[in-house]
Design a protein around this ligand. Structure first.
Ligand SMILES: [Zn+2]
Length: 201
């Protein structure tokens, strides 16, 4: 069993692990459904989620196995994902624009431009926004980099969120102030070379 940590009223999470590599799993208890943001890959996660008796829906941040590996081991009524993630999961509802669902609180699921993974999604509930790995860089020719125009779009989407805290998968702190994350991303963006598509880190 994985331990479930409380974030706020109705909101909790299971911490990421490194061995096996498994992402943080967000849990929101709505009136009707329990909403799971990323399902991880650690085999103890489905056992912990099975303790929750409400029917479950999943939102998958992106296609990497540490975020969606457990998809087939948990019974979900509905799975929301980006078009690129759908190619790997082969099931679910593709989210290509912002959606708002009222389930006790307003759930906002939104496409999030990301250098790390094409077709990433975020999920915002009240003061908190789950971002998965979307704020991370990617690798190109063995080097760490951001796509400059994608990063610009990502910063714009993140600025527009009303959440005060961003939940960053695999980050030791996990729950971080929105302003801190935005400052880091803007610092990276400021280092771009206008003649280059990529910002090398
Ligand atoms: Zn990833």
């Amino acid at each position: 069993m994985s331990e479930i940590f409380k974030i706020a009223n109705r909101l909790s999470y299971i911490k990421a692990t490194e061995n096996p590599l498994s992402a943080d799993v967000g849990i929101f208890e709505g009136d009707e459904f329990c909403w799971i943001f990323d399902v991880g890959a650690d085999e103890s996660v489905p056992t912990s989620l099975s303790e929750i008796k409400k029917p479950k829906n999943a939102v998958i941040s992106h296609f990497h196995p540490d975020h969606m590996g457990n998809l087939e081991y948990v019974d979900f009524r509905e799975v929301y994902l980006g078009a690129n993630t759908f190619k790997y999961a082969k099931r679910g509802t593709v989210v290509s624009e912002d959606i708002f669902i009222d389930d006790g609180e307003k759930i906002h699921v939104f496409p999030l431009p990301s250098s790390h993974a094409k077709g990433s999604l975020g999920m915002e509930i009240g003061e908190f926004a789950f971002l998965g790995d979307a704020t991370y860089a990617t690798m190109k020719q063995g080097r760490v980099c951001y796509n400059a125009s994608v990063l610009k779009e990502e910063i714009a989407v993140l600025k527009n969120l009303s959440a005060k805290f961003f939940l960053i998968s695999h980050d030791e702190k996990f729950i971080r102030p929105k302003e801190e994350i935005l400052a880091e991303l803007e610092e990276i963006y400021s280092k771009r070379d206008p003649k280059e598509s990529f910002i090398w880190i």
